[in-house]
Design a protein around this ligand. Structure first.
Ligand SMILES: Nc1ncnc2c1ncn2[C@@H]1O[C@H](COP(=O)(O)OP(=O)(O)OP(=O)(O)O)[C@@H](O)[C@H]1O
Ligand SMILES: [Mg+2]
Length: 419
């Protein structure tokens, strides 16, 4: 595949900013051509709180990705996350005036558009309207109604909304780093796209991305997005607990967690040391800490995170309907024993999910911490069904839908120029 078909994706997390350049190889895999990672700054709980710092972090990640693939990134899709996001499902009904003709693509789009019409306050905007399913004459479910006959078409959509200010800050931050923003995609949706198998999506699954400051959930049922949510705990809270309870600096707590930590006491590999040395406050000497004590501290907080996930899934009515259980992504899902603890506490199958179907630079990106970035790239490569551009967003931009589409198609062709 020609390099001009490459796209770029930017995942702005609370711990790291990742810029990816990817195309599709001859096997249909997402081939990563370049990657740049920069430590996050200017973010609090996934939301930009210092635009200059966040812009510098994005610019650094973009520059590193450009150097890694030898191409200039002119435009990209970016992920959005944070507690300001919310979601709901809604139905829309349209009449088909002439029942002697088959249902058209326009009818289907009209039904989704109606399903996406919800009233929201002026400080919020629609980010996605994702079709979930269609019904003809109120009862016959159709995976795609186009070409079928009926006098009435119902569509159900999953609608994601977010704070206008958060969207504006994200846009300014990416554009300030010299990159045109093609599209904003919900981070948890991207993680699910990166890590889930088709069969899991059909049978019912929750992709749970445990990042630095947040845990983002995306539930799939019958192959469609059913529920999304963001919960305010993540890997940084695990580090914070270690730092407080062992009275050590953040950096040594972070290293201790990643190198010797586990979510389940006794999950350490055979032959692992029983005690480790940690640099602590108040003394120049290193302090010896029992690995089982570290695991006890981490287990308590990990159980709280998993409990919160269970409460959210139960509240939304999906806890008993997930045959494929949980797929854990995000940096903190690399904590040893976390999938076993999830199985134990939620009584559901659980696995850690590195991005699937990707090639190129896999030693970096084929780990759970890059599921969001790979999912964003996969969405941009149009391997997934495109999300609907909400009418409210088009109106807000003061543009007609048509020029916007043309702009995007044009942007696709010139997303990259060789350096
Ligand atoms: N091997 C490991 N074991 C345990 N935790 C880890 C490991 N590697 C990274 N982490 C943790 O993963 C977290 C960062 O995850 P990730 O890179 O997915 O965050 P992010 O995308 O920047 O944040 P967010 O999605 O919350 O905005 C940090 O808390 C880090 O300590
Ligand atoms: Mg993340």
């Amino acid at each position: 595949m020609k390099r001009s078909n490459a796209i770029a994706a930017i995942d702005i997390g609370s711990t790291k900013v990742t810029a990816l350049v990817a195309d599709v190889n001859e096997y249909g895999e997402t081939r990563v051509l370049g990657v740049g990672v920069a430590p996050a700054s200017g973010l609090s709980r996934g939301v930009i709180d210092n635009i200059q710092s966040a812009r510098s972090a994005v610019a650094m990640a973009v520059e590193k990705a450009e150097q890694s693939c030898g191409m200039r990134i002119l435009s990209a899709v970016a992920g959005i996350s944070g507690g300001h996001l919310s979601s709901q499902n809604n139905r829309g009904i349209v009449a088909i005036p002439d029942r002697t003709r088959p249902i058209t693509v326009e009818d289907r789009e009209r039904a989704v558009e109606v399903a996406g019409q919800i009233s929201i306050p002026t400080n919020r905007q629609i980010i996605h309207i994702i079709p979930r399913g269609y019904w003809i004459e109120g009862s016959d479910a159709a995976s795609d109604p186009v070409g079928m006959y009926g006098a009435r078409l119902d569509a159900e959509a999953h609608i994601v909304t977010g704070a206008v200010s958060a969207v504006q800050n994200l846009t300014k931050c990416v554009e300030g780093a010299g990159v045109q923003l093609d599209e904003i995609v919900l981070g948890s949706l991207a993680s699910a796209l990166g890590a889930l198998a088709g069969e899991e999506r059909e049978q019912g699954v929750a992709a749970v991305d445990i990042g630095g400051s947040d845990t983002a959930i995306c539930v799939y049922e019958d192959g469609a997005v059913a529920h999304t949510a963001t919960l305010p705990l993540g890997g940084a809270h695990l580090t914070q607990d270690l730092a407080r309870l062992l009275r050590c600096p953040w950096e040594s707590a972070e290293r201790l967690k990643c190198e010797h930590g586990s979510a389940l006491a006794g999950a350490e590999p055979a032959g692992a040391a029983e005690e480790v040395e940690v640099r602590a406050f108040g003394t120049n000497a290193e302090k010896r800490v029992a690995v089982s004590h570290v695991a006890d501290i981490l287990q308590a907080r990990t159980e709280e995170i998993l409990e919160m996930v269970a409460i959210e899934l139960k509240r939304a009515g999906y806890l008993d309907r997930l045959a494929a259980g949980l797929v854990l992504t995000g940096g903190a899902s690399q904590l040893r024993g976390i999938a076993d603890l999830a199985e134990l506490r939620l009584g559901l199958p659980a696995r850690t999910g590195a991005p699937r179907g990707c090639a190129g630079l896999t030693e970096i990106v084929a780990t759970p911490a890059y599921a969001t970035a790979v999912g964003l790239a996969r969405h941009a490569l149009r391997e997934s069904a495109p999300f609907h551009q909400p009418a409210t967003a088009r109106q807000r931009e003061g543009e007609a839908a048509f020029p916007k589409i043309l702009n995007r198609l044009a942007a696709f062709g010139r997303a990259f120029i060789p350096q």
